[in-house]
Design a protein around this ligand. Sequence first.
Ligand code: OXC
Length: 309
Amino acid sequence: VVKMDAQIANVKFDGLFINASGVHCQLNNDLDELQANTFVAGTVTKSATLASRPGNPRPRYVDLAHGSINSMGLPNQGFDYYLNYALTRPSKPVILSVAGLSVAENLKMLTQIQESSFDGLTELNLSCPNVIGKPQLAYDFQATEEILTAVFSFFKKPLGVKLPPYFDLVHFDQMAAILNKFPLSHVNSINSIGNGLWVDPVTESVVIKPKNGFGGVGGAYILPTALANVRAFRMRLNPAIKLIGTGGVTTGADVFAHLLCGADIIAVGTQLQVEGPLVFERLTNELAAIMDEKNYQDIAELRGKLKTL
Ligand SMILES: O=C1NC(=O)NC(C(=O)O)N1
């Protein structure tokens, strides 16, 4: 049997897999079902805003041939709901995801976490592409440095950030230089590729209602971008900043690729949405088969060991 575990800050994960925030995590019973799954090591909550939100008009999520497109618009039960879940129910780690609609709202939620008895990981989502009129904050480097400076002036518990994909090596350099200034527990890379567009040739129309059809793309389409971002940040970030690799995982080989790029933990979004929680057993078995074939006993032997030519 292959040893698969990881640690982020003071939190031990007895396995590799978590859900991607937003998928199978909006309600208590969604989270409980993942918590009860042998092949799930931890759960991330739906990114919370202070007040509950209905989200964008439907249709707002569509499965595509090789992935998905979504403009959910941060539908969630409100911050208190997820803090209560994190404080009362988990047998496995719960990562609390927050995505305030303003800096002030983020600071307010993080202050409540700081003052609570929650001792797990918090993740600041700086990359939601679907709140109408709001930019993906992590594409504004100055604003990102400003909010992290404000946060770390009072937040002393483990904190990570959820990043959008970057597509320029200079942007990796600039973003990593900013992130390395802060005692982050982890970086979760990537969020969906923002503002894609899908056209249905039969109806000659877009397929989601919000934003005239523009939405975040997930699934197999985004694997090369996800691998590039995980690798680029692994090569640039302080080793103390761990990596959650998110994006494009549909098979054990994709998991193996994310691990070679440097991921400590693997998050599954679109494929979890499509296949349901059984996906985690399949990915575990497929990864174990690859590792057996290559005679690896422990993930630590291959993590981050991607070769170049
Ligand atoms: O950060 C997010 N990423 C997405 O792809 N969609 C959700 C959302 O729209 O709520 N948020």
